[in-house]
Design a protein around this ligand. Structure first.
Ligand SMILES: Cc1cc2nc3c(=O)[nH]c(=O)nc-3n(C[C@H](O)[C@H](O)[C@H](O)COP(=O)(O)OP(=O)(O)OC[C@H]3O[C@@H](n4cnc5c(N)ncnc54)[C@H](O)[C@@H]3O)c2cc1C
Length: 380
């Protein structure tokens, strides 16, 4: 088959992963990024087995995780130290936690190796089902495939009338890196719960830990940046050693949820948060983005024509993504919308519920999924 061409809007994790998956299969690819530089915000990132397998197939796993901690356990505790959830990881069910910048740099380097063209200061404004991408400067580019990887507020998605709903949720997050100290837990992630607040402690590299502060949108002190340390200390008095190390200003992000009518129209397709933006409670947004970008290229490789392959891809991949969206949303509601006066009952409920094998399967269905296309070696 003659080389096919893709134009991609957005050089975030989704745009870069898509560009690599396509270029590995012989496509010529150009990525448009509206910012004037390529940069990544957001401290650390949880990479589950499904994401790691996808990154391996894209040829970036080793580089992306070269400084990352290998996590052995994930626990949640209430304000009395009671365990609400306990998850262990193993050889075929891994969790790694690199700084986001390492992951992003690895994707950029791999895209360059595959001759992907990345154009910065190039904002896309619309796509058309016949394979056109329109840029802000008025240029209209034609391609066999147009990928909208332009994030939660995707302009391209709406130009194709694919949006069903964009929900602003009742929780938000401040993400930070803090210096690591001797004696800090090295392989265990702990999510501390206190009322409607959560403090997530994550060992990240030999020098850094990743901390994520989660609270309800109405918690004015909780969402303050720079972080209101006294207020967080009042909620988590036992975590003074972590809170006092917060030095970065950080950024507070409100949780969002994107629901689409469809993921494609003709030759135009949505990838990443543009298709399935979700609250990050299960830490699967980017992992799903990687596996969906990989499987997209695989379906296109095996299919007869682009529009039919896109429809088949959505049919095959969307149910798992929808499932995660539902469960990550539910997790957030239990955490931040549960009435504080019934916090004790919440602890009892979670302690029991998270031990049920059925609940474990729902929460970890994506992590244990083997991504389509991940069996292929990471060569061009
Ligand atoms: C607090 C928090 C914690 C998270 N933690 C995790 C985690 O641990 N694990 C995990 O798997 N996921 C996590 N996620 C989710 C993950 O960050 C996202 O799913 C992922 O970054 C989505 O990547 P994306 O490329 O689709 O979108 P984005 O990262 O939003 O990238 C979109 C890109 O497109 C560009 N762009 C936008 N509009 C245009 C345009 N019109 N033209 C050209 N370019 C454009 C933007 O500048 C940007 O570079 C978390 C999210 C949050 C908020």
């Amino acid at each position: 088959m003659a080389s096919r061409h893709a134009e991609i809007a957005g050089a975030g994790l989704g745009g870069l992963a898509s560009s690599i998956a396509l270029a590995q299969r012989g496509w010529s690819v150009r990525v448009h990024e509206r910012s004037d530089t390529l940069r990544m915000f957001g401290a650390g990132i949880w990479l589950w087995e499904n994401g790691l397998r996808s990154l391996a197939a894209l040829g970036v796993e080793a580089e992306a995780t070269k400084r990352a901690r290998r996590i052995e356990t994930l626990v949640a505790r209430d304000d009395r130290g009671r365990p609400l959830m306990h998850r262990t990881f193993g050889e075929k069910d891994r969790m790694m936690l690199p700084p986001r910048a390492d992951l992003y740099d690895a994707l950029i380097a791999r895209a360059a190796e595959l001759d992907v063209e990345i154009v910065t200061s190039s904002a896309a404004v619309a796509a058309r089902p016949d394979g056109e991408l329109e840029l802000e400067d008025g240029k209209v580019l034609t391609a066999d495939l147009v990928v909208a990887a332009d994030g939660v507020f995707s302009r391209i998605r709406e130009s194709l009338l694919l949006t069903r709903r964009v929900d602003y949720l009742d929780e938000g997050y401040t993400r930070l890196l803090i210096p690591r100290r001797d004696g800090d837990p090295a392989t265990e992630i702990t999510e501390y719960w206190s009322g409607s607040r959560r403090l997530l402690y994550d060992p990240c590299t030999d020098e850094l830990n990743y901390v994520c502060l989660c609270c309800n949108v109405d918690d004015v002190a909780g969402r303050q940046v720079p972080v209101d340390k006294a207020s967080w200390l009042a909620s988590f008095p036992e975590l003074g050693g972590i809170i006092e190390r917060i030095d970065e200003v950080g950024r507070w992000d409100r949780a969002m949820r994107v629901t689409c009518r469809d993921w494609s129209r003709g030759r135009a397709v949505l990838v990443g948060d543009a298709a399935h933006g979700q609250p990050p409670n299960l830490g699967q947004g980017a992992n799903l983005t990687f596996q969906n970008a990989l499987s997209l290229a695989d379906y296109l490789d095996r299919g007869t024509d682009v529009p039919t392959s896109l429809v088949a891809w959505e049919k095959g991949e969307r149910p798992l993504t929808d499932h995660v969206q539902k469960w990550t949303d539910l997790y957030g509601r239990v955490a931040s919308a549960w009435p504080e006066r019934f916090a004790d009952r919440r602890s009892q409920f979670l302690e029991t519920a998270t031990k049920l094998p059925w609940i474990d399967r729902q929460l970890n269905r994506a992590a244990r999924h083997v991504p389509v296309g991940s069996g292929r070696p990471a060569t061009v």
